[in-house]
Each structure stands twice: as C-alpha cells, then as structure tokens.
Design a protein around this ligand. Structure first.
Ligand code: SF4
Ligand code: SF4
Length: 254
C-alpha cells in the first residue's frame, strides 16, 4: 500500500496548494480571457492535460487534481459507489457547451491576440481579492455538497469539463495502439474477492472488467488502488500493450 500512501500524501499537498493553483485550472477564467482574445494558463492547461493523458491516462485526476483530492478526502463521510452509464455523459455535454462558448468568444474578440499565463491571477496567487475568495468557496462548497450527497468523486465522474479532454487524449493513444500507461489483468488468477471493485475511487466494477478481459475504461484515473489491493496480483500497470482493449465513453461497468 506504499504507493497509495504516496498518492494520498500528494493529494493532501495539492489541496493545500489550492490558494495558489486554483485559478490556473479555472474554466471561467478561460472564457474571460477568450472574450479579450487572450489565451490563459487554464486554457494552456486543457491542452497539456490532454497531452499528458495521451501518454499516462488520467493520472492528473488520480494523483494531482486538488478537486479530486477534496472529494477523496470526503470518502470517510460518504463513500457510496456511483452509478455510471448515461450519467457519465453529462460531463461531455458540459465540455461541448464550454468549447462552443470558447470558440464564439475568441471569434468575437478577433481571434487569439495574446498569451498571458497570469491573466486574472495578479501576482501569481489565485486567492487575493474578495471575488476570488467567493469563487473559491463556491467551487469547494459545490464539491463538498456533491460528495456528501452522492458519494465517490461525483464531480470527476459527472461534471468535470477537463475530463473529456483527457479521455480524448487517452482514447487516441489506445486507438492508435501507441505505448501509454494502462491497466492489464491476468484474469485466470482472479478469485473474485471484489476488493478491487470495493476500493476503486471511481466506482468502476474492476472485477467485472477483469472477467470481461477489458481493462480500458475512460473513467479510470490510474490511481493504482485496485492494483495495490489485489491479493493475487492479478492487476498491473503497463506501458506497452499486451492485450487488445477498447474504450467506450458512457459504457462503464459499475
Ligand atoms: S480501475 Fe483501478 S486504477 Fe482505475 S480508477 Fe479504479 S482503482 Fe484506480
Ligand atoms: S482484487 Fe484481484 S482477486 Fe480480487 S476480484 Fe479483484 S482482480 Fe480478482
């Protein structure tokens, strides 16, 4: 479980870093920048996160994202497993609307006029003005409310508009059969104890994925919890593919 301790320690550090980092990930700031023809750090981050996912899946969600960390910290209050299926598609609708608004705002501003990573982040600190504190409390309050009401990482599963871009990156790597970080399983060793399913923070039915011999899920955040908890060492991470896998958004076992 050493790896999970490291992961949880990193998540705590990234929660504590929120007052500095929050607006570097803000989709609202991205739109405000687009309205003035400015590429913000948050827009650059969307591209970088998709690129990272191309090589390493949604490792950002599992190991770095402060929003994911806040939700995981609330597992002790409510760790109910979430329903997937068509609910997973909500985030694609949100991302499509955001992308359409972004394009329209850039067109109305006359295109991309400049790049300013510190746009809307005076002095490089996210929290500094009363408005920024208000946005911080609204965002955190929303995450806490959703987690307490629904269970495991509901914002990651249903509402995060970054997730579809990362899923696009990891799906492209899978489709092109290029080397990328992914899960593999030796299903014949599985004893169906379901510990992997019980411990998956994204509510995936990992045991079923093992039995179906398809470990590719767009919702997997490469956290490694299933790998570390399996008593029979059925699961492992790999970079080069040994087995054929197929990702289908909105069709996740859970
Ligand atoms: S399937 Fe495994 S690696 Fe993926 S999110 Fe679930 S526990 Fe983490
Ligand atoms: S934890 Fe391992 S042995 Fe248990 S169900 Fe999952 S893959 Fe099978």
């Amino acid at each position: 479980m050493k790896r999970q301790n490291v992961r949880k320690a990193l998540l705590v550090i990234f929660i504590l870093s929120l007052p500095i980092t929050m607006f570097y990930l803000s989709p609202v700031l991205t739109l405000q920048g687009a309205a003035r023809g400015i590429v913000t750090s948050s827009l650059l981050f969307v591209g970088l996160s998709a690129l990272l996912a191309f090589f390493a899946g949604r490792i950002f969600c599992g190991w770095i994202c402060p929003g994911g960390a806040v939700q995981e910290a609330l597992f002790s209050a409510n760790d109910r497993r979430l329903k997937g299926g068509r609910y997973d598609l909500i985030k694609y609708g949100i991302a499509a609307l955001w992308l359409a608004a972004l394009v329209i705002l850039f067109i109305r501003a006359g295109g991309i006029l400049s790049v300013d990573p510190l746009f809307g982040i005076p002095g490089g600190l996210s929290l500094g003005t009363p408005l920024s504190y208000m946005m911080f409390y609204i965002a955190m309050g929303g995450m806490v409310f959703l987690s307490l009401a629904l269970g495991r990482r509901p914002f990651c599963r249903y509402g995060c508009l970054l997730a579809p871009f990362m899923i696009a990156g990891k799906t492209a790597a899978g489709k092109l059969r290029l080397p990328h970080l992914h899960l593999e399983a030796e299903s014949e060793k599985c004893i169906d104890c379901r510990l992997c399913t019980k411990n998956c923070p994204m509510s995936l039915d990992v045991n079923r994925m093992v039995r179906d011999e398809n470990m590719a899920s767009p919702e997997c955040i490469s956290c490694g919890a299933c790998v570390d908890v399996c008593p029979k060492k059925v699961l492992s991470f790999a970079f080069f593919s040994r087995k054929k896998t197929e990702e289908k958004p909105g069709e996740n076992p859970n």
